[in-house]
Ligand binder design. Structure first.
Ligand SMILES: NC(=O)c1ccc[n+]([C@@H]2O[C@H](COP(=O)([O-])OP(=O)(O)OC[C@H]3O[C@@H](n4cnc5c(N)ncnc54)[C@H](O)[C@@H]3O)[C@@H](O)[C@H]2O)c1
Length: 471
């Protein structure tokens, strides 16, 4: 089934009152999603001169130009980020176009914050507080009607909303309300560890899957296919770590040729990475994630409070992905308080997924350090955990990039592992076979500037790998 999720494959339109920050947020969102950016006011000024001058000839004329420019921007085929002027949504025609051509996020702002930002800036509709405030109250219901989602004025919030991701403390308890029961019914699947912890979304019958990676088997998928009693309009909700969301997402992708699903990740790995982006799958005896499908969750509900019961070892796995995301974004996510850290990492992944939902190119950057990690995991006979292997893989990727490794050392304390060097090299080269004979890596030109598909000399890769192995 093809279901539209957020702004995937369509324009992301930002609406809201003047002073909400639509232009600066829109520009940043466009940069992070590698989409073209159109600011309607800037476009009008470039073509027709200053807005103050245009208003001198009457607001109606300005609104006609605004409608024309909006229609043109929203008619473009390439998904872009479009910031609309505060009054653009008053046009019925523009609202109709937004409905069919875009995913629309209302960037909300407090009246007084907006006033303090725009007063004295020669804006024709911000001359005195009284009329500014009246205008604000007239427009709020229109934004509400036009928007598919609402975000506070931050880039991270907008990016999360653009991929239907909700982040907030206490959301776990409200999942049943957030996920309106579809006509075809709803099924809830949880990691059995969550049942033991009494961490189960209320309101419906529950299917259990084994805790951790052992859930990602054909046998578990088959049992779920047999147990589900939902129709094609139904919905499956998956609560657990990446193992649970991977297998349940895959079951949702295939059951009745695809039903909608909602991810409720409860591990740090799940909240910053695995629950986001629609890569679903199960393992085969010959390797991990060998069977799967792209199937974006209709919604991702992330409650950092659900991490309270997470053992330290599991939290460490997630921190490796946090550091990876921070290096890719060029932002020290690892220094942020937990909720912000989770939101920022989720937003960064959302941006990458929005730029390349089916991994034809740029989404590959998320593999930073992972080629080495997979080789180390295989060479250790899977005794080293994925997160610990990623920490080492990041060290290797940074060294090959000529970048300092201190952040990884300080935050993740990677320890060289005991493994057979030849076995590790053979495993890494097996990866290379899959990518057409060359070892292709993700490296960093600088923090925040990843490059993918780099082919360093084999000897350098081998040396970087060897350095990760003790003895
Ligand atoms: N689809 C993707 O894009 C993607 C990305 C990264 C990783 N993954 C996959 O995710 C899996 C790893 O995910 P993970 O690290 O979340 O592991 P996991 O799902 O195996 O969970 C790890 C452990 O934590 C327990 N747990 C879960 N929530 C808990 C909670 N709130 N409190 C206490 N314990 C809890 C689980 O029972 C399990 O024992 C791998 O299979 C990997 O391939 C997928």
């Amino acid at each position: 089934v093809v279901r539209q999720v957020g702004a995937v494959g369509r324009h992301l339109a930002l609406v809201g009152f003047m002073g909400a920050g639509k232009t600066s947020i829109g520009r940043e969102v466009a940069r992070l999603t590698e989409r073209p950016f159109v600011d309607l006011d800037e476009e009008i000024v470039a073509r027709h001169g200053s807005i103050t001058d245009l208003f001198r000839h009457g607001e109606a004329g300005f609104r006609r130009l605004e409608e024309e420019v909006a229609a043109e921007a929203l008619a473009a085929d390439e998904p872009s980020v479009v910031s609309l002027g505060g009054g653009a949504v008053m046009s019925k025609a523009t609202r109709a176009q937004l409905r069919t051509r875009a995913f629309t996020v209302w960037v909300s702002v407090d009246l007084d914050v907006a006033w303090n930002r725009v007063r004295g800036k020669d804006r024709p509709l911000a001359r005195d507080y009284e009329s500014f405030s009246r205008l604000f109250h007239t427009r709020v219901p229109v934004y509400l009607e036009a928007a598919d989602a609402v975000a506070s004025g931050s880039t991270d919030h907008v990016l999360c909303e653009a991929l239907a991701i909700k982040v907030g403390r206490g959301l776990f308890g409200e999942v049943a309300d957030l996920v309106v029961a579809a006509d075809g019914g709803r099924a809830v699947v949880v990691d059995e560890r969550l049942v033991e912890l009494a961490l189960v979304p209320s309101g419906c019958g529950v299917h259990r899957v084994p805790s951790g990676e052992t859930a990602k088997t054909v046998a578990v998928a088959e049992r779920l296919w047999q147990e589900l009693r939902i129709g094609r309009d139904g919905l499956v909700l998956a609560a657990g770590g990446g193992s649970t969301t991977d297998v349940v997402g895959f079951v949702a992708a295939t059951y009745l040729r695809g039903v909608a699903w909602v991810a409720v990740p409860t591990t740090l790995v799940g909240q910053v990475d695995a629950g986001i982006g629609g890569k679903t799958g199960i393992d085969l005896p010959t390797g991990k994630n060998l069977v799967g499908a792209f199937h974006l969750p209709a919604k991702v509900v992330i409650d950092p409070d659900a991490l309270a019961t997470l053992p330290d070892r599991e939290r460490r796995q997630g921190m490796s992905e946090v550091v990876k995301a921070g290096l890719l974004a060029g932002r020290p996510y690892w220094d942020l308080p937990e909720e912000e850290m989770v939101r920022s990492c989720a937003a960064f992944k959302a941006a990458v997924v929005l730029s390349d939902p089916y991994e034809h190119g740029r989404r590959a950057i998320l593999n930073l350090g992972h080629t080495f990690a997979h080789a180390l995991e295989a060479a250790s006979g899977y005794t080293v955990t994925h997160g610990d292997a990623v920490a080492l893989g990041l060290v290797a990727a940074l060294r090959l990039s000529g970048q300092p490794t201190d952040v990884v050392e300080e935050v993740l304390h990677p320890r060289r592992i005991r493994a057979d060097r030849e076995r590790a090299w053979a495993a890494l080269k097996r990866d290379k076979k899959a990518t057409g004979g060359q070892i292709r890596l993700v490296l960093l030109r600088a923090p925040g500037e990843p490059v993918y598909g780099v082919e360093p000399p084999e000897a350098d890769v081998r040396a970087a790998l060897d350095e990760l192995i003790a003895g």
